[in-house]
Design a binder for this molecule. Sequence first.
Ligand SMILES: Cc1cc2nc3c(=O)[nH]c(=O)nc-3n(C[C@H](O)[C@H](O)[C@H](O)COP(=O)(O)O)c2cc1C
Length: 224
Amino acid sequence: MIDRAKAEGVPVAALVGAKEHAVKQVHAGVDLLIAQGAEAGGHVGEVSTLVLVPEVVEAIRPIRDVPVLAAGGIVTGRQMAAVVTLGAAGAWTGSVWLTTEEAETAPHTVRKLLAATSRDTVRSRSRTGKPCRQLRSDWTEAWDAPAGPEALPMPLQSVLARRALARVDKLAEAGNAGAQDLATYFVGQGVGLMNASRPVREVVREMAEDYLDAVERLGRSLSD
Ligand SMILES: Cc1cc2nc3c(=O)[nH]c(=O)nc-3n(C[C@H](O)[C@H](O)[C@H](O)COP(=O)(O)O)c2cc1C
């Protein structure tokens, strides 16, 4: 796939959650790496963004100069400034957009996301068969309980869960309380910083202002 993309002049990025994977991807010829920490929404590894980003940057340095974007838990400009200080070329975000006015996220999910704290996510195999960070719910609790069944390997767990969760979402949207408790959605620990539904334009402006404030604060730390 990389050869085909290169032949067509298309840059190739790879998303990794461990430095060993980053090294493999650089040897394979990718143009860009996304180092995604365990705080992120979706399929994740076990290493936090704060540790993974410098680990990846250092591991690939002797091989080849490949820009690294940091991901996982990043919702604010100050976190973007933080990952740049860790050696990242920039930030890659996912969860933060789920509660924007332009997002296609279902209204009952948005309400759950806005109410959630950073401790309300869980890394669970109950949705896809691979460890995947999402909202903790009656669904994830039931599958992850010691007496619960083992999740099936990917892709079989998705085959099993997709229909049931689609029905849960439909009933939750109609106001069914049990379904609302079962409903879950891919989201990272940054959900604790997502407390209002706003237009994307406003989120981006605030990120830029917060980034500048953080960089100024960092500059002042040298002179103070
Ligand atoms: C709802 C959702 C769906 C995602 N789907 C994918 C996907 O299909 N492929 C992928 O490589 N990453 C996927 N991700 C991970 C994002 O690309 C990104 O790395 C991650 O959201 C960054 O962490 P954050 O959620 O803390 O911002 C998804 C993330 C979310 C929140």
